[in-house]
Design a protein around this ligand. Structure first.
Ligand code: DQA
Length: 150
């Protein structure tokens, strides 16, 4: 079995479904996790899906991912726009990182246009709601496949 993909979610994403549905939609995080599981099965990947409201926990999970997970899909929520600590942790990771946001952060308030995650990520998917996680997993599968052939 190849190493699993770690899918990390930051603050307030536990309240998807009730949180600003006009921006984030009505899907819950559990709905997204289920769709990701289905996509992972189809791609022959294993995934581990987690959420935390704490910056320190996200940093620790990213640190611990080194050597254990084949890749990281990260929606750091608001920490995207504030956290040098998450950026530094991502720089320690040698595996591919894909940044995800449900909303199109570039169509929103200017403070959301800057991401500390982006310079440490292979790519960024935003604006497609929960489906963005499935797109990220598909992109991750391609990256891992082409890396395996090198
Ligand atoms: C978000 C966008 C962030 O700006 C915001 O703070 C979030 C969610 C998204 O998925 O669209 O919490 O990461």
């Amino acid at each position: 079995m190849p190493s699993p993909i770690l899918i990390l979610n930051g603050p307030n994403l536990n309240l998807l479904g009730e949180r600003e549905p006009e921006i984030y939609g009505t899907e819950t995080l559990a709905d997204i996790a289920a769709a990701v599981e289905t996509a992972a099965d189809a791609l022959g990947l294993n995934v581990e899906f987690r959420q935390t409201n704490a910056e320190a926990e996200l940093v620790t999970w990213i640190q611990e991912a080194r050597g254990k997970y084949a890749g990281i899909v990260l929606n750091a929520g608001a920490f995207t726009h504030t956290s040098v600590a998450i950026y530094d942790a991502l720089l320690l990771c040698e595996q591919p990182v894909i940044e995800v946001h449900l909303s199109n952060i570039f169509r929103r308030e200017p403070f959301r246009h800057h991401s500390y995650v982006a310079p440490a990520a292979q790519g960024l998917i935003c604006g497609f709601g929960g489906h963005g996680y499935v797109l990220a997993l598909q992109a991750m599968a391609r990256i891992l496949d082409s890396d395996a052939k090198k």
